[in-house]
Design a protein around this ligand. Structure first.
Ligand SMILES: NC(=O)c1ccc[n+]([C@@H]2O[C@H](COP(=O)([O-])OP(=O)(O)OC[C@H]3O[C@@H](n4cnc5c(N)ncnc54)[C@H](OP(=O)(O)O)[C@@H]3O)[C@@H](O)[C@H]2O)c1
Length: 305
């Protein structure tokens, strides 16, 4: 393991960098580092590689930052601009080529944590295992994981490699609670009881696979922020009550709600506004009671059988 997740509850997401200058990004990274956030999540696909290139620009100007940062990137989503198509590719050649391109764009010698961004239905676990072994032997990647991987695909991969699969990055937040809703609704004859994730939540706990929560404050797939959304009226009212009780912000409460699920949870904020990032960091200090956790779960429109 290149990192211990419990030391890095908050991750700075670097997906929303479009429109930022290298100086803006430098200031954000400095703010993060000065406030205890050392883990950064990016992908080769964010803004078609431009996000990695912008980070590379910052690291070239400020090489002293590199060793203070845990850099996690991903591959597997391919955009073919010429033919206007998107597809997934987890072949050996694509993985190796992607890592080499990411290293070049970010101007770094190694990647701390490397994830397969999405499962490719054609993926072969032995082939992926071979790519991981090559990258590990070459010292280009220190630690490996996946993202958006279902239960069986994760098991299939784990069965074929001795390299630990340290992370599964999944969407989880008050606006998207499928992973835990399923755990709480076994055998209940309603939509919430239907199996969507194959009990991935406890499978990951069993094998110490860190759950990194992406889009923690969004509903739907980039539907918008839950804060002050009329769709989440009751949730926001209760967030307000808890924020007043703990003398903090609603975002801090929403963050603590996720972190309460264990010390194998990390929350990836996508904000590039230091004030908002600070609210996520503040969430690491709040300890909700069990009663408050379940009430917030219900106030977000979820059934507790
Ligand atoms: N693996 C995957 O498939 C996948 C998919 C999507 C994202 N990701 C990763 O997850 C990261 C986070 O995703 P995301 O950007 O969708 O997450 P997010 O933090 O839930 O959403 C960002 C949006 O929420 C707002 N926001 C954040 N904190 C706030 C606060 N305290 N108060 C008010 N508004 C707040 C931001 O506004 P402001 O900008 O105004 O703060 C921004 O519009 C990405 O950067 C990326 O690294 C991974």
């Amino acid at each position: 393991m290149a990192f211990n997740s419990s030391n890095h509850p908050i991750i700075q997401g670097l997906m929303r960098l479009k429109g930022m200058s290298a100086d803006d990004l430098y200031n954000l990274i400095k703010y993060d580092l000065d406030h205890g956030v050392h883990f950064f999540d990016i992908s080769d696909i964010y803004n078609d590689g431009e996000c990695e290139s912008l980070l590379g620009e910052v690291l070239t100007k400020h090489p002293e930052l590199r060793e203070q940062m845990i850099i996690q990137t991903k591959c597997g989503i391919v955009k073919d601009r010429e033919n206007d198509i998107v597809y997934y590719d987890l072949s050996y050649d694509h993985i190796i080529e992607s890592v080499n391109n990411s290293l070049k764009r970010m101007n770094i010698k190694y990647i701390d944590s490397f994830l397969l961004h999405r499962p490719d239905v054609f993926f072969s676990a032995p082939e992926v295992a071979r790519a991981f072994a090559t990258l590990s032997q070459e010292g280009k990647v220190l630690s490996f994981g996946v993202s958006n991987f279902p239960h069986e695909a994760l098991k299939y991969l784990k069965d074929h490699t001795n390299i630990p699969i340290s992370v599964n990055q999944l969407q989880l937040g008050l606006g998207h609670l499928d992973l835990v809703r399923e755990v709480l609704n076994l055998n209940v004859n309603n939509e919430e009881g239907a199996e969507h994730t194959g009990e991935l939540f406890f499978y990951m706990k069993r094998y110490n696979i860190v759950l990194q929560c992406w889009s923690p404050y969004q509903y739907g797939l980039f539907g918008g922020s839950i804060f002050d959304s009329p769709k989440y009226k009751e949730c926001n009212e209760y967030l307000d009550v808890l924020a007043r009780k703990y003398k903090t912000s609603k975002c801090a409460i929403a963050t603590s709600f996720l972190l309460a699920l264990g010390n194998d949870i990390q929350v990836i904020t996508g904000s590039t506004n230091p004030k908002h990032v600070q609210e996520s960091i503040d969430g690491t200090k709040v300890r909700l009671t069990k009663g408050e956790w379940y009430t917030l779960y219900r106030k977000t429109g979820n059934l507790l059988p």
